[in-house]
Ligand binder design. Structure first.
Ligand code: SAM
Length: 234
């Protein structure tokens, strides 16, 4: 492979949870949610599926996922086989989901909207949620403005389409039609999970360069780029 996208990089280094706060934050988010066994939950841009697997195990509910990266899909399917659980893994885009209107009780979206056309993805989430269904976003957020160089490096490295403050995320939710928008968490750090990889002699040096740049950006932008958790209702 000549060049790796950020998501290719995540696959190559074998990261599990790739969202702010990791799986601990996901557990915290769902602590107070009353997810019943008969409910349908959708994890959009599920990555390797750690959140989806946690939800299935914790609530025994029906869990669907949608993901557009084939390596991520292979990983979640492998994990499901290993633990003997059933999760419906759908290949597709969060910007145009192959699901019927009013299907889900909950949608969880962790570190996905910044990479896509967020307005379109939110419209899709709204469409496939049941009336009074809940959408939870766990996303990066801009805490302080970045200078041009920082913004270019940040958006360039992660291939971001969106770089929003908490208020801008809230406005997008409001514009889509969501109500009861609550801020569950607002952190001035991204709280990325530490990446540990074994330095195999065969590892592509490009991946090591990417790892360096990822760690530099996390350090340099700490306090300027943070993360938010927003909960809202259709
Ligand atoms: C930073 S990772 C987060 C993965 C996962 N949500 C997690 O928290 O570990 C972003 C994920 O969004 C997926 N993604 C990006 N654009 C997408 C799209 N248009 N439709 C579906 N998934 C998408 C990527 O393939 C990747 O798995």
């Amino acid at each position: 492979m000549d060049d790796y996208s950020y998501v290719d990089f995540l696959c190559e280094i074998g990261i599990g949870s790739a969202h702010p706060g990791g799986v601990d934050r996901t557990k915290y988010i769902f602590q107070k949610e009353l997810v019943k066994k008969e409910m349908k939950v959708l994890d959009v841009g599920c990555g390797t599926g750690d959140t989806a697997l946690f939800l299935r195990e914790a609530f025994h509910c029906k869990v669907d996922t949608i993901e557009n990266h084939s390596r991520m899909i292979e990983t979640i399917q492998k994990k499901c086989k290993e633990v003997g659980t059933t999760i419906n893994v759908v290949e597709g885009s969060v910007e145009q989901m192959p699901f019927s209107n009013n299907t889900y009780d909950y949608i969880i979206c962790e570190s996905v909207l910044a990479f896509v056309d967020a307005n379109q993805a939110l419209e899709e989430c709204y469409r496939v949620l049941k009336d009074k269904g809940i959408l939870i976003l766990n996303e990066m957020s801009l805490v302080q403005s970045l200078n041009e160089n920082e913004l270019n490096r940040f958006k360039g490295f992660y291939q971001l389409q969106e770089c929003n403050t908490e208020n801008q995320w809230k406005e997008k939710l409001e514009q889509t039609g969501f109500t009861k928008i609550d801020s569950l968490l607002n952190s001035t750090t991204i709280e990325s999970q530490p990446i540990e990889i074994s330095l195999s002699p065969n590892i592509d040096p490009k991946l090591l360069d990417m790892l360096d740049e990822h760690q530099r950006l996390q350090q340099e932008l700490d306090g300027k780029v943070g993360s938010i958790v927003l909960r809202c209702q259709k």
